[in-house]
Design a protein around this ligand. Structure first.
Ligand code: ADP
Length: 465
């Protein structure tokens, strides 16, 4: 098939029209068939009524005559000139022998009555172009004799009525067919138009052009649902692309600065002869920067594994109070070095289901931040409170706090309130984001609030084991 034709035939509106038309044709065929069947039946009934009445008339003639043949002759004359439904008949005696027959049915072989007293049937014969309708009736004329009367007529007129009806139905059907094709094409044009609009808009959309949206119809129909769903999907895609772009830009920026400073320090070291001590100091400095770079890369890798849901967790029963006390012991020297009061306010004994490494990482980050962002002579207070189904861990400090407007973004990836606040520790803005991811995979939540006086309180809520 030429590609133009096959393309036309595979068009949605053409296919829909084809299916509409097929359905309409099928319905019309069923309806017409049923109508013709019913009409044929009622026409036959009318013919049967005529035969029945004529049979009765023949009987009356026979009863009124001196003998059967005399009655039949009178009746034959009586129906001789009949134009519509011409009548022929014959009479058989008890043993099936012919007693009388009208001229037309001399050679007609009619089936026997086979025990019935009345029977209507149709028979095709060479005597007529049309099937014959026959009414057979067994009658008892006097006590001794019984006879069979067979009344015969042509079905020509009813066949003609049916034929002329079929002839007028055919053009009607053709007109309906033509109209259904036109209507089908008109009604299926709109869905086709909508689909080609959707196709052309979506074809124009690429990663460089995610701003375009589909026109949403006013009516709340399936097209409305489809276009809104596609638009929502595009919104999500656009956000993801934006996030990826932003992330790539942020990461390359974060990696570039420490890399450049390592490179710079090495270049300076090589620019002139140095003592062994000087080389050691420069290498030490570079190592610190490389360490923080490698921590950042590890954190980014962990985040991407969280996002791909590929972090392997080894969920065990964890005694959170024990972990907290260990961490307190671990951080105490650091806090004391900064002259901070570092205490555990309350420590309920509680078990959770969790991955020890990740839970340690979570608590570590929060305590480390609290100590980092609290100036000397301040305080950091930990507490672990067991509720009915959850456990609440909080780290409260009297540090520099977080501006209220920054709080909604504090758990975002690479978000730092102000780089200078991290001082020499060169933060990356990944710690709190990882904290949120860890809390989420453990089915909990994390929040931060500014304290009334000074500093902030981070609160983690986790389900109890
Ligand atoms: P970073 O590595 O920079 O510390 P985090 O994700 O841990 O990254 O923290 C993000 C930012 O949140 C930090 O840059 C800091 O400004 C702020 N922040 C975190 N914890 C505290 C805290 N306890 N007090 C004040 N500011 C904090």
């Amino acid at each position: 098939m030429p590609s133009g034709v096959s393309k036309y035939l595979s068009r949605l509106d053409v296919k829909l029209t084809f299916y509409y038309t097929l359905i309409i044709l099928f319905l019309l065929a069923v309806f017409t068939g049923f109508f013709l069947y019913r009409l044929n039946r009622s026409l036959l009934k009318q013919v049967d009524r005529i035969l029945y009445d004529e049979g009765n008339e023949l009987l009356q003639e026979i009863r009124g005559a001196t003998d059967v043949s005399e009655g039949c002759r009178v009746y034959e004359q009586h129906v001789a000139n009949r134009k519509h439904f011409p009548i022929a008949f014959r009479i058989l005696n008890k043993s099936g022998e012919l007693v009388y027959n009208s001229k037309e049915v001399v050679n007609l072989v009619l089936p026997p009555m086979e025990g019935e007293t009345k029977r209507f049937y149709t028979m095709a014969t060479s005597l007529s172009n049309y099937p014959l309708r026959i009414y057979g009736h067994k009658i008892v004329l006097d006590k001794a004799d019984d006879f069979t009367i067979q009344m015969v007529t042509e079905t020509r007129e009813s066949v003609e009525i049916l034929e002329s009806l079929v002839q007028s139905i055919i053009p009607g059907l053709l007109i309906i067919l033509f109209l259904s094709i036109i209507c089908g094409m008109l009604t299926s044009r709109k869905p086709r138009q909508i689909i080609s609009d959707i196709t052309s808009v979506t074809q124009r959309i690429s990663s460089q052009n995610l701003n375009e949206r589909l026109a949403v119809p006013a009516a709340h129909d399936e097209i409305y649902d489809l276009t809104t769903t596609i638009n929502i999907m595009l919104d999500r895609l656009q956000n993801s692309f934006q996030e990826i772009k932003q992330f790539t830009a942020d990461v390359s920026h974060e990696l570039r600065n420490p890399l450049f400073s390592v490179k710079g320090e090495m270049e300076v070291a090589l620019s002139q002869a140095r003592t062994g001590q000087e080389y050691r100091e420069i290498i030490q400095e570079c190592l610190e920067r490389v360490n923080s770079l490698s921590k950042m890369v590890n954190d980014l890798f962990l985040i991407s594994r969280f996002e791909l849901k590929k972090v392997d967790l080894e969920i065990l029963y964890l005694n959170l109070s024990e972990i907290l006390q260990d961490l307190h012991g671990f951080f105490l020297p650091l806090a004391e070095e900064k002259k901070l009061t570092f205490t555990i306010d309350r420590c309920d004994s509680v078990l959770i289901n969790g991955d020890k490494t990740r839970i340690l990482q979570l608590l570590n980050n929060l305590i480390d931040n609290a100590i980092k962002f609290t100036p000397g002579h301040g305080s950091v207070t930990l507490s672990l409170i067991s509720d009915t189904a959850t456990v609440r861990f909080s780290v409260k400090d009297t540090g520099i706090g977080i501006p209220e407007r920054e709080i909604p973004y504090i758990f975002d990836r690479l978000y730092q309130v102000d780089k200078s606040r991290s001082g020499s520790s060169r933060g990356t803005g990944l710690g709190l984001h990882i904290c949120r991811k860890i809390v989420e995979v453990h089915g909990g939540s994390i929040a931060v609030t500014n304290n009334e006086e000074k500093g902030v309180t981070f609160t983690v809520i986790l389900p109890k084991a």
